[in-house]
Design a protein around this ligand. Structure first.
Ligand SMILES: Nc1ncnc2c1ncn2[C@@H]1O[C@H](COP(=O)(O)OP(=O)(O)OP(=O)(O)O)[C@@H](O)[C@H]1O
Length: 280
């Protein structure tokens, strides 16, 4: 993956944020997100971390407007998400689902082009003929940055899990969103692509995009500008990585004893393999 070119000048509405206000969201019968208050700004990369079942995906889906809150609300640039038109919203927020399914039989190039549809093209439908040059450029740029151009003409069934993941990412990037919401985007990626992806997301954020990514690898996540640690649907900590990734927080959230080491200004989480005090 190649880093994006820096955007020229500050992007429009760079101060606009995506905000969760006392957000409660149900998943099935359970309350999966419980009173989350958090502000996500453009030009910042936030990683949402936490143990399995902490509510990370549910929070991300609610921030995207896919799951309606049972209480509280999400605002984008000060306006409740529910009051944005579907098209307006889709032009600003782009989402990569966990284990996203790709339309069967589709060619990679056409899947990536779906990202330009602002929510109007359905899976399986190809972009309309004569699409604008800006769309073509954005699609090509997204494919180049995710290194999927070499297999642009192949069908998605012919790709490996990691290659499909990069196609999904290209689809999300092609929208050129204000906020990029990614659920476990490093799934299926080898260490090289995972590191490139993290570097890429940092560059996107530096260029003005608000990046919000659910990540499980805490050492990779520590490369974000900020971490939001969820535990049982609530925010246990939100702030700079060194303030969130502490042994005390890791013990509470993951029920795990771990050391947090610093190496060349980076944080490395080393779990104690016998470090789950409440289980055997
Ligand atoms: N469709 C559903 N029906 C019922 N319960 C659900 C549903 N989806 C999620 N849940 C429950 O809601 C809680 C939060 O789930 P969520 O997927 O948001 O967690 P997560 O932090 O993303 O987990 P993971 O790291 O395992 O992906 C979990 O207890 C889960 O079992």
């Amino acid at each position: 993956m190649t880093a994006p070119a820096p955007h020229e000048g500050p992007p429009e509405g760079v101060g606009a944020s995506l905000v969760a206000h006392d957000l409660h969201v149900r998943a099935g019968r359970a309350l999966a997100v419980r009173g989350v208050n958090a502000e996500f700004r453009r030009a910042a990369f936030t990683a949402i971390i936490g143990p399995n079942g902490a509510g990370k995906s549910t929070l991300l889906r609610a921030l995207m407007g896919l799951d309606a809150p049972s209480d509280g609300e999400v605002t984008l640039a000060g306006r409740p998400l529910a009051r944005w038109g579907r098209r307006e919203r889709a032009a600003r927020l782009s989402y990569l689902a966990q284990g996203e399914a790709l339309p069967p039989g589709a060619r990679v190039r056409d899947v990536v082009a779906l990202g330009r549809g602002a929510g109007h093209w359905r899976w399986g439908l190809l972009p309309p003929p004569g699409e604008a040059a800006a769309d073509r450029d954005a699609v090509r740029d997204a494919m180049q940055r995710t290194d999927v151009l070499p297999f642009a003409e192949r069908r998605v069934e012919e790709l490996s899990g990691g290659e499909r993941q990069r196609v999904s990412l290209a689809r999300a990037l092609a929208a050129e969103p204000h906020f990029l919401l990614l659920d476990e985007p490093t799934n299926h990626l080898d260490l090289g692509y995972a590191a490139e992806l993290l570097n890429y997301l940092r560059c996107e954020a530096a260029g003005g995009v608000g990046v919000i990514a659910v990540l499980h690898d805490l050492t990779l996540a520590s490369q974000a500008d900020a971490l939001l640690l969820l535990h049982e649907g609530r925010v246990l900590a939100h702030g700079a990585p060194q303030d969130v990734l502490t042994p005390a927080h890791l013990l509470t959230a993951y029920n795990l004893r771990a050391e947090v080491l610093r190496h060349s200004g980076r944080l490395i989480v080393v779990p104690d393999l016998n470090g789950r005090p409440h289980t055997t």
